[in-house]
Design a protein around this ligand. Structure first.
Ligand code: SF4
Ligand code: SF4
Ligand code: SF4
Length: 166
């Protein structure tokens, strides 16, 4: 692969869908996955669906991921590999009731990681703020949300700042 092509591939190889835990980077995943469905059948939570192209996708509207690893263990093609970070974090959109001055803290109540805090806004509104360092991307906050406001978004950890001598 040419250097330029590798660069372009790296730049655009961003995840579009939350795949089962352990998924390779998007292009490598779609090359390796045979769409056999073994991961979905192995998932005790029943939260792995097929996307429009037939690849497995984690649907947190159906429930939360416990990170048990059954999907990864069931995958025989190498599309899912144990030990890879899960690069997804939760966030709420503007349908959130609290953002619209309706009292609600349901998502916070369902987050075992204590990743959600509320910031008060003018007009009796408040905004759920998701701590990307605490959030595991489990999705347990999404299904109970009465507004259906929560979804997963790609997360790239920020590299540590390089310290240079003055
Ligand atoms: S078990 Fe592996 S190859 Fe089969 S659908 Fe799941 S990710 Fe794809
Ligand atoms: S549960 Fe949903 S509606 Fe309620 S505060 Fe959280 S994001 Fe907003
Ligand atoms: S996805 Fe899981 S860890 Fe992240 S905010 Fe929701 S419940 Fe908490």
């Amino acid at each position: 692969m040419s250097e330029r092509r590798a660069l372009l591939r790296g730049r655009f190889d961003l995840p579009r869908h939350p795949r089962p835990i352990g998924a390779l980077a998007p292009m490598a995943f779609e090359e390796a996955c045979t769409q056999c469905g073994d991961c979905a059948r192995a998932c005790p939570e029943g939260i792995l669906m097929r996307d429009a192209e037939g690849f497995p996708v984690l649907d947190i509207r159906e429930g939360a991921c416990t990170f048990c690893g059954a999907c990864t263990a069931a995958c025989e093609t190498g599309a899912l590999v144990a030990g890879r970070a899960f690069p997804w974090r939760a966030a709420a959109n503007d349908a959130c009731l609290s953002k619209n001055a309706v009292q609600c803290r349901i998502c916070e109540d369902h987050c075992d990681a204590q990743a959600i805090r509320f910031r008060l806004l003018p007009g009796g509104c408040s905004e759920p703020q998701f701590d990307a360092e605490r959030c595991t991307g489990c999705g347990a906050c999404a299904q109970p949300c009465p507004a259906g406001a929560i979804s997963l978004h790609p997360f790239t950890p920020q590299p540590l700042m390089e310290t240079r001598p003055c």
